[in-house]
Design a protein. Sequence first.
Length: 290
Amino acid sequence: LYTNIELCVTPLYTNIELCVNPLYTNIELCVIPLYTNFELCATPLYTNIELCVIPLYTNIELCVIPLYTNIELGVMPLYTNIELCVIPLYTNIEPCVMPLYTNIELCVIPLYTNIELCVTPLYTNIELCSPLYTNIELCVTPLYINIELCETPLYTNIELCVPPLYTNIELCVTPLYTNIELCETLLYTNIELCVNPLYTNIELCATPLYTNIELCVTPLHTNIELCVMPVHTNIELRVIPLYTNIELRVIPLYTNIEPCVTPLYTNIEPCVTPLYTNIELCVMPLYTNI
């Protein structure tokens, strides 16, 4: 039922589309510098949503390139401005992971009163924080009472799980998922992240000791570990054609963690913590290179 599903991953592209739900007319996802418009829709009947997951959104942007003055990520209904910055020198980063933040919300379901990172109904309070936070929770499945995700030092328990010591930690964002797991603790062998119903296998590894952690979303891939379209059986979140290895790691002791999203790029790192000179995907302070 898709009318137009495009994925561009080379620089200087003005429009890059990626559909993730049926009946979408135009769904864009840009991940290259110098892009003027980055859009990603994830709910039906959306006309134009720059990374949006709830109806009635007017403008929701997600930028990952330096020198951007305003980078928005809206995920709750009726929100006018919800910013997410991932580059240093940003002045406003509402859902972010830098220290000293008191409240960082990221919601993706309507009628939620306070869901700082929530993706399923019936959740009352779901928080995602960075250093100095006393409680960092990430709830994404119904009826869960406490799901913690710590990503900064001084935390006694740094896990994405319901209670600690769970061997299986699930991250569900839509009903009817059979197996949706996102593990952030050591020694996990299978870490999956699904964002659409009827997905059978969607993996996103983000813990140490992993040998290969890929994030791609381009065609010709047989396996897509982060899937965003319905009825897909196996879809890797790849965004570059013919890439053999595109890694996204977010655990300490990694020397270089790069999400490459364009061909021939040598180093493309989005960063979300202060004092970083390069755009790196970091989520803990005092890291020099992640």
